[in-house]
Design a binder for this molecule. Sequence first.
Ligand code: E4P
Length: 214
Amino acid sequence: MKFFIDTADVDQIREALAMGMCDGVTTNPSLVAKTGKSFKQIIDEIVSLVPGPVSLEVTTVTYDEMMTQARELAAYGDNVVVKLPLTPAGLKACQTCYQEGIATNVTLCFSPSQALLAAKAGATYISPFVGRLDDVSTEGMNLINDIVTIYQNYEFETQVLVASIRHPQHVVDAALMGAHVCTMPNKVLNQLAKHPLTDIGLERFMEDWKKVPS
Ligand code: E4P
């Protein structure tokens, strides 16, 4: 399973890279806004820093404007993945990108039917948002199970990129279901490493080590 870091914060990306846990990065307009930097500055920094795929989202809703932005974003580097919304115009742009060899991440997916359309449109990645489904009392991980099954049934090449991850169990469940990628904030990445018995065990080893004669 690949781990992407869901952030536009370069320091967080560096931290995850240093641990060998950053196979790629996903951003969105809200994450870019949080940094206080311009989109261009963010793109320049992240695309050169990260060897893996970097998802950059279009910021318009019409097909023509999406295609203009998609071509501009793709020109920043071979590792750029253009993020498109799961709308009819976004699917049309996805199909054009597919024909032009531009990698895509179709975002804001909340149903299996939407995921089926994205795969047929030639998406490189589909981003189902599990946390936002949980927020409205719907089991987000059921959507991942459905998409993995549908894609396997028809051998679609679109990769399932589990997004809107809120806690470590989302990642574990996604791995058990066979999702290709999880994108997560650094906080969840660090939580994955945590276990109280590890902390207690380490403390005991450190204490006992002090008793060993030098
Ligand atoms: C995915 O690419 C999105 O950027 C992200 O996972 C959304 O997460 P949120 O629901 O926590 O905002």
